[in-house]
Design a protein around this ligand. Structure first.
Ligand code: FMN
Length: 200
């Protein structure tokens, strides 16, 4: 279970995943200090060994198109890590039926060169038990505009139910499924499907 926001230890000894040899960047999209998105991002980072770019720690200036903002240290760090990553897991807090301003601001610094064909898994954090889908749909639309290869899988973390016993298991399965699918595609040989054409 996700225990609490402060002591976020997860017991996943019940299940072993195959560690994939892949560089995955986790981006948590809340600007709040006590952010549940950060907690989820830190958990994924420690359990899977992925880098975590946390927007509540690495604050970005408001995008205005100027060199001053684009060349700021945190923006450059984020863009470098995004480019290097073979896949990205993005955590979007739901604010007023959409993603956070902090995450949209971060995405405004990016472009197709970073996202085209990049596998991305979308997660949302929402309160009240019935939110999250608006943030996911909103983020899916934005990433479509950036030509990202967004997974059909997605997951909502209810910020009021971090102790829910199945939460970590289901989140784990969602991430594992995303990673496995990508690695299957990576292993596929071109000859498997291009040299076997012809009428069926
Ligand atoms: C400004 C604001 C707007 C919110 N709007 C929604 C909402 O529309 N739907 C929802 O399910 N939760 C909403 N919430 C609850 C948040 O999704 C919840 O607090 C979540 O933990 C936010 O993620 P964070 O802790 O990483 O910032 C809102 C919270 C804030 C601060």
């Amino acid at each position: 279970m996700l225990a609490s926001r402060e002591s976020f230890r997860l017991s996943i000894s019940y299940k072993k995943y195959r560690r994939v040899n892949m560089s995955v960047l986790v981006i948590s999209g809340s600007g709040r200090d006590q952010s549940v998105s950060s907690v989820v991002g830190n958990w994924i980072s420690s359990e899977f060994g992925f880098k975590h770019f946390n927007l509540s720690k690495n604050k970005l200036p408001v995008f205005d198109g100027s060199e001053l903002t684009t060349e700021s240290q945190n923006v450059q760090l984020m863009l470098t890590e995004m480019k290097k990553a073979e896949a990205i897991i993005m955590i979007a807090p739901e604010y007023h039926g959409a993603i956070s301003g902090a995450l949209k601001n971060a995405l405004d610094y990016t472009n197709n060169d970073i996202f085209e064909e990049k596998p991305v898994l979308l997660l949302a954090v929402a309160g009240g038990g019935k939110g999250g889908i608006n943030a996911l749909n909103n983020l899916r639309t934005i990433l479509r505009a950036l030509y990202a290869d967004v997974s059909p899988r997605q997951f909502v973390v209810d910020s009021d139910a971090l102790d829910e016993p199945k939460l970590s298991e289901n989140l784990f399965d969602c991430i594992n499924g995303f990673l496995l699918k990508k690695s299957i595609f990576d292993r596929r040989e071109v000859s498997d499907y291009t040299l076997s054409g012809g009428e069926l």
